[in-house]
Structure formats: C-alpha cells, structure tokens
Design a protein around this ligand. Structure first.
Ligand SMILES: O=C(O)CCC(=O)C(=O)O
Length: 283
C-alpha cells in the first residue's frame, strides 16, 4: 500500500509543527531520518524527536527513553554501528551477528507488531498480489512508512550498514510470528528473472540481494531457520541477527539459499525480516 501523500507533505507538516503539533514533529523526524521527501539528516531527525516530545507527543518521549544514553541524548553513531558479523557458511554466504540489537529494542519492535500481525501471504507473480498459500502458515505484518518510527528508522539503517547496501533499497520491514506448528516452508527470497511477473519488479527495484533476520525472542523450542545447503539449522538468541546473500558476488542468483522458518514445537517465535534490494525504487 503506498503511503498517504498528504501525511508526508513537508509544507503541511511544517505548518502543523509551527502550530504546536507534536505528531507532525514526529513524522518530520522520521522523514529526516529516512531521507523521505528531504535529504537524510540524523541531527535534524533527533532534534525533531526532542521537539515532538516537548510538545507532548508521548510516543516520542517513549522512544527517547528507549534510545538515549545516561546523558539523556541519543547518540546516532552508537546506534548505527553494529557488531561485526561472523561467517557461519562461506557458500552460500551466511553470517551471524551476535548482539545485533538490545533486548529492549526487540521488545519495542515486537510490541509495535503484536496487534497488527495477520495471516502471512506469498507474492503471486501472475496477479502481482499477495495470496494465502500452504507454504506460509505463519502470521506477519509489514511496517510501512506510516507506522515507521525513529526506532525502526535506526534499526533499518543499522541493517543496511551491516549488509553494505543502500537504505533506500530496503523493502518495508516485516515482523513474523509463528505459533506452534506454523511455518514459512522451503522457499527462496530472490526474484526469478525467468518468471514474467518478477521481471518488471526486478527492472524497477533490483534483485533482493540479501536477507537479514533479527530474532526478537528466544523462549521457544524448534523454530530454527533452516537452509537446504549443508543442512544448516540456526537459532539465534534474542537480539542476534542472521544475514545471508541471495546472490553470488557476480550478481547471479544463488539457488543454494533455499531456506525455511521451521515450526516452533513449544512457545511462539517472533522475528524481524528484512529483504534488501540493490538500489532505491524509482518514482
Ligand atoms: O523465520 C525464519 O526463520 C525465516 C524467515 C524467512 O524465511 C524470510 O523472512 O524469508
């Protein structure tokens, strides 16, 4: 769903901010953080977040409490510098990032998503629409621009920097939920250039070069992320990330990245899933 253009209109939001609207200040903060409709500027974004809080916009105050250090200020450099990934498979290229996010941020993201998840869909290349399919029995929500806050904007940039890919190439972030027995069965994340319905998308937005998952909880059993190649099964601790390349260094799709989110056998699994393209969408 494309964002409501009025809700992202810089002039309207600035007028509303001048009239003392904290929600408008927050929306402007997110736009500055993401480079939406204006150049990306983290200093401006954090100043606007402070203004939103000063104007009484409670979600801004809560984000400052979550992200600020002992000085009461948010240090963007700290948030945008992630721990170094460690390879767990060379071929296909799969890396683990231990301690990618603090537990408090995992809880924040999960809480944002919890009452929005719906049965997950798969992309139908013929209709171009999402549809239910037995391959994907779990639930999911996509966090679009209207729901994205400063916390998620920081997380998205941290992801892009870790993967070495441009922020505008990130698809909208998804949060996935699996109850016992639910699965995202064997699939690939890359788009197949031989499928006509994928071709236009590939031309407009480029290939899904990489996928990054962040494990938002770990109090469940089963539920590993499994790769067919080498029989690899991975389970991170809460806050750890898993990153893999869906393409080879020469840009060709890597068919060995077929993978699955296996069903939990006890408890429920929450994971952030980020698909990364090589460049920004046009227009
Ligand atoms: O939940 C998982 O472990 C796998 C998620 C996944 O396959 C995906 O997001 O493409």
């Amino acid at each position: 769903m494309s964002p409501d253009p009025l809700a992202f209109d810089l002039a309207t939001l600035t007028r509303r901010l001048d009239a003392g609207d904290g929600a408008a200040a927050h929306r402007l903060a997110v736009m500055a953080a993401m480079g939406l409709g204006r150049p990306q500027d983290w200093t401006a974004a954090l100043d606007l977040l402070d203004r939103a809080s000063a104007l009484g916009f409670a979600p801004a105050t809560a984000q400052i409490a979550l992200l600020a250090g002992p000085s009461g200020r948010i240090d963007p450099d700290l948030w945008l510098t992630a721990p170094r990934p460690r390879p767990i498979s060379d071929s296909p290229a799969i890396l683990a990032v231990d301690g990618f996010l603090p537990e408090s941020v995992c809880d924040w993201l999960r809480n944002q998503a919890a009452d929005r998840v719906e049965p997950a869909l798969v992309y139908d290349p013929v209709t171009g629409e999402g549809r239910r399919d037995t391959v994907r029995t779990n639930a999911a929500t996509q966090i679009g621009p209207e729901q994205t806050d400063l916390v998620l904007a920081l997380v998205r940039e941290r992801i892009a920097r870790t993967a070495g890919l441009p922020v505008p190439g990130l698809e909208w972030t998804q949060v996935l939920h699996y109850a016992v027995g639910q699965t995202f069965d064997w699939h690939v994340d890359w788009l197949d250039p031989s499928v006509p319905g994928h071709r236009d998308d590939l031309t407009a937005r480029g290939q899904r070069i990489a996928t990054l998952l962040v494990f938002l909880n770990d109090d469940f059993e089963g539920g590993e992320t499994a790769f067919e190649a080498g029989g690899l099964r991975h389970r991170g601790r809460k806050g750890d990330a898993l990153l893999w390349a869906n393409t080879r260094p020469d840009g060709a799709i890597d068919r060995r990245t077929r993978h699955a989110g296996l069903p939990p056998t006890r408890g429920e699994k929450w994971v952030l899933s980020q698909w990364l393209r090589g460049w920004a969408p046009r227009g």
